[in-house]
Design a protein. Structure first.
Lengths: 96, 108
């Protein structure tokens, strides 16, 4: 079966990224690790469709990718500005 | 196995190898920006090769089109997220005055 090695590789990727998310020292490392986990989960869903022969997993992967992008940008904006409803001025004036 | 299956297996396996290489780099690299460099391997070569292999396996069908949409999403969205992350970390680095992501006591 050709799908079991790629599933094992993707699970190893997810485990290592999760270890970095737990370990690592700044909040940006955690955001990077969560972003990597999102990409790995998208690939895992795409492979899972071919393993189980059930349609619909690729749609889940697309929705997961869109939510992953929105979540990452929202967390980063909250880190820089401290307020998700803040607009304009690129966030630089709000912190200083 | 047909030639199509062999090509698909080769592409998907190469993508899996690049995914594991990127994840090992994510663990082993010393500072934050080098870790981001390693993680970008997963989103470009790893995801691209895995999705290309699955598209070869699917052939010309609806599944192949959906996989193409997924590949385009990763191709455009992950550089945007990576750029936002790098800019946020760079602004924080300018505020703190030293590189982010180094454990305390190891910076010189």
């Amino acid at each position: 079966m050709m799908y079991l090695p790629i599933i094992a590789a993707l699970l190893a990727t997810l485990a290592l990224a999760l270890a970095r998310a737990f370990a690592g020292p700044t909040v940006f490392d955690r955001v990077l690790a969560v972003n990597t986990v999102g990409t790995g989960a998208m690939l895992l869903l795409a492979v899972l469709q071919f393993l189980t022969d059930r349609p619909g997993y690729t749609d889940l992967a697309i929705v997961y990718g869109l939510l992953n992008l929105v979540g990452t940008i929202a967390i980063l904006k909250f880190l820089r500005v401290g307020d998700l409803g803040h607009g304009g001025d690129d966030g630089k004036e709000a912190r200083r | 196995m047909s030639a199509q299956d062999w090509i698909a297996t080769l592409l998907v396996s190469a993508g899996g190898v690049f995914c594991v290489i990127g994840a090992v780099g994510l663990i082993r690299m010393p500072t934050f920006f080098t870790r981001m460099h390693a993680a970008s391997v997963i989103e470009t070569l790893g995801a691209g090769l895995v999705i290309a292999g699955l598209m070869v396996k699917a052939g010309l069908s609806l599944e192949s089109g959906k996989l193409a949409i997924l590949g385009l999403l990763i191709f455009f969205a992950s550089p945007a997220a990576t750029h936002a992350l790098a800019k946020a970390a760079w602004e924080r680095r300018r505020e703190v005055g030293r590189d982010v992501g180094i454990p305390p006591g190891e910076d010189s």
